[in-house]
Design a protein around this ligand. Sequence first.
Ligand SMILES: *[C@@H]1O[C@H](CO)[C@@H](O)[C@H](O)[C@H]1NC(C)=O
Ligand SMILES: *[C@@H]1O[C@H](CO)[C@@H](O)[C@H](O)[C@H]1NC(C)=O
Ligand SMILES: *[C@@H]1O[C@H](CO)[C@@H](O)[C@H](O)[C@H]1NC(C)=O
Ligand SMILES: *[C@@H]1O[C@H](CO)[C@@H](O)[C@H](O)[C@H]1NC(C)=O
Ligand SMILES: *[C@@H]1O[C@H](CO)[C@@H](O)[C@H](O)[C@H]1NC(C)=O
Length: 414
Amino acid sequence: MAFPNNAMLRALFLLVLVCAAHAGGKAKESSSTPAEGGGGSCDGGTCDITKMGATAGGKTDSTKAVQEAWTSACGGTGKQKIMIPKGDFLVGPLNFTGPCKGDVTIQLDGNLLASTDLSQYKANWIEIMRVENLVITGKGTLDGQGPAVWSKNSCAKKYDCKILPNSLVLDFVNNSEVSGITLLNSKFFHMNVFQCKDIVIKDVTVTAPGDSPNTDGIHMGDSSGVSITNTVIGVGDDCISIGPGTTKVNITGVTCGPGHGISIGSLGRYKDEKDVTDITVKDCTLKKSTNGVRIKAYEDAKSVLTASKIHYENIKMEDAANPIIIDMKYCPNKICTASGGSKVTVKDVSFKNITGTSSTPEAVSLLCTDKIPCSGVTMDNVNIEYSGKNNKTMAVCKNAKGSATGCLKELACL
Ligand SMILES: *[C@@H]1O[C@H](CO)[C@@H](O)[C@H](O)[C@H]1NC(C)=O
Ligand SMILES: *[C@@H]1O[C@H](CO)[C@@H](O)[C@H](O)[C@H]1NC(C)=O
Ligand SMILES: *[C@@H]1O[C@H](CO)[C@@H](O)[C@H](O)[C@H]1NC(C)=O
Ligand SMILES: *[C@@H]1O[C@H](CO)[C@@H](O)[C@H](O)[C@H]1NC(C)=O
Ligand SMILES: *[C@@H]1O[C@H](CO)[C@@H](O)[C@H](O)[C@H]1NC(C)=O
């Protein structure tokens, strides 16, 4: 598409100024000089990154301009807006730290492309910290440019691997919203929500190939009051993962696939993890994902915690593998150091109106430990059928207690 080249426009603007001055015109420094070099707040509370030196075209590093737009907007009072107009802007790591004086909206109409030079990154790509009342909205894209670096991910082989940059990270952020945007091909997770409160994610699209490593869609941990609605996620790992210390989460109207499903966990990987409670997943579709709805805890869990009050309702499975799975002996790539000593409790989990097809015979797997059985598990109208041939739909239940009503008889293992 032919968007005006911003560098050219700027050059033209300066040329006009210079000509006017030479012609003895009345162009004064103070009249409409662009806010070069940042500092102070932007024009009427709107910081257009192209007026701060950002160059479209996806080739010129615009990190400084975008970082300065943040500094200006965050330092201004009242409503502040950072405008990212249409076009592709190449940027390295961005550090959007608050607290801010006013409320910042990032209007993403264009695309930010993450630098592929890993040496530039300390940790994440776009890191937003200690901010309240932030809005990130628009039809633009945060393109992590992951294909250039995915081969450097060694996490499938090493427990303590080097973590590649996550795309959009919210740390200690309250009462904020991410809407409309697309997150594309992150190097690692697309979104990570950590120690946040009251976050709304809606109408978002998250896209990466099904075989891209650790490209989780939205991960959250130690947060409360997170709602994800009307969002489409197709990635190479969990579409949504809810980590330890997370409470009060609503996930509604989410389509997942490809991906590893909507997961709670992994739980127990680290010491001092907190409980997960009050999670509702409703009106979602899982398409050809390698799991449907899952709760997973490490077989060699390092902390004692409980996952409870988890409710799944109106979920459609379209050839999902393992549509319903509670796995208390999770140990990916056999990297667990010990076995059997589960410390994670799962209780009060309900599955209501879960329908569709499974690509594996085991439509339901409730794999709990004899040490800490899962309790209060209810299945109400769970009707998922194996879509393949030469086998039948089945449920595998170990150490799970609860009740089933209105389910396909092969699945009523409680
Ligand atoms: C981000 O900026 C804040 C203050 O502006 C600073 O304290 C912090 O160390 C920076 N973080 C990174 C990762 O550079
Ligand atoms: C977010 O809320 C928490 C808990 O109420 C509070 O301690 C923290 O200061 C708030 N953070 C910001 C950036 O306002
Ligand atoms: C989740 O949904 C329930 C019921 O509609 C509502 O009461 C609650 O406030 C919602 N929580 C969040 C975090 O959106
Ligand atoms: C069951 O869930 C499906 C969506 O998967 C929905 O269309 C249907 O209306 C639900 N049925 C009931 C009785 O709520
Ligand atoms: C049916 O599926 C189960 C579970 O995956 C497997 O153990 C069994 O061998 C399969 N049977 C046939 C006939 O393929």
